[in-house]
Design a protein around this ligand. Structure first.
Ligand SMILES: [Zn+2]
Length: 172
């Protein structure tokens, strides 16, 4: 179990049930006082925005922090992939340093993500949030040690395939 058993929604941007949700925020974003679990990361769409080292130090010191992200790669939106990957690598380093799992947003860049995982060999778990791919892709990602999280829209067969191991649910 990489998250507390209490947590039934590992990724949301709208806090409705603080005891059971991880609220995903970006550095500098205001965190509601009732948030109990948070993940902090620069969304790949905003990968060209800077976060100071001080800003990160402050985030890493927050006792509510249970994951790093979302970060990731999105071929359809956001700045160029070189910029996105540079930011993703920073988040991987932070996740390793903090000893916390990484929450990943990935659109049409799964091959690159797998290559990065093979290159960086992280000790922390990587969770792909909002997974909507099919069974074959689900199995391929799981074979590389990636964990999947399913939101409100997902492929039944992929969820079934993930069901034999650890997987997550979210409302995003
Ligand atoms: Zn999200």
């Amino acid at each position: 179990m990489i998250f507390s058993e209490q947590i039934t929604d590992i990724h949301t941007h709208r806090l409705t049930d603080p005891e059971h949700q991880i609220l995903s925020v970006e550095p500098g974003e205001e965190i509601p006082a009732n948030a109990r679990y948070i993940s902090v990361g620069r969304h790949p769409w905003h990968a060209d925005r800077e976060t100071s080292d001080e800003g990160w130090a402050q985030i890493l010191a927050d006792p509510r922090l249970v994951a790093i992200g979302e970060t990731g790669l999105d071929k359809l939106r956001g700045p160029d992939l070189v910029t996105q990957e540079r930011e993703l690598r920073k988040h991987v380093a932070l996740s390793e340093k903090a000893g916390l799992p990484l929450i990943i947003h990935c659109v049409k860049a799964f091959d690159r993500l797998i290559a990065l995982k093979q290159e960086l060999k992280p000790r922390q778990r990587w969770v792909i949030h909002g997974f909507r791919g099919g069974e074959v892709q689900a199995r391929q990602l799981m074979a590389h040690g990636l964990l999947l999280s399913f939101g409100t829209r997902y492929n039944d067969k992929a969820l079934e395939a993930a069901g034999s191991g650890e997987y997550f649910r979210e409302t995003d």
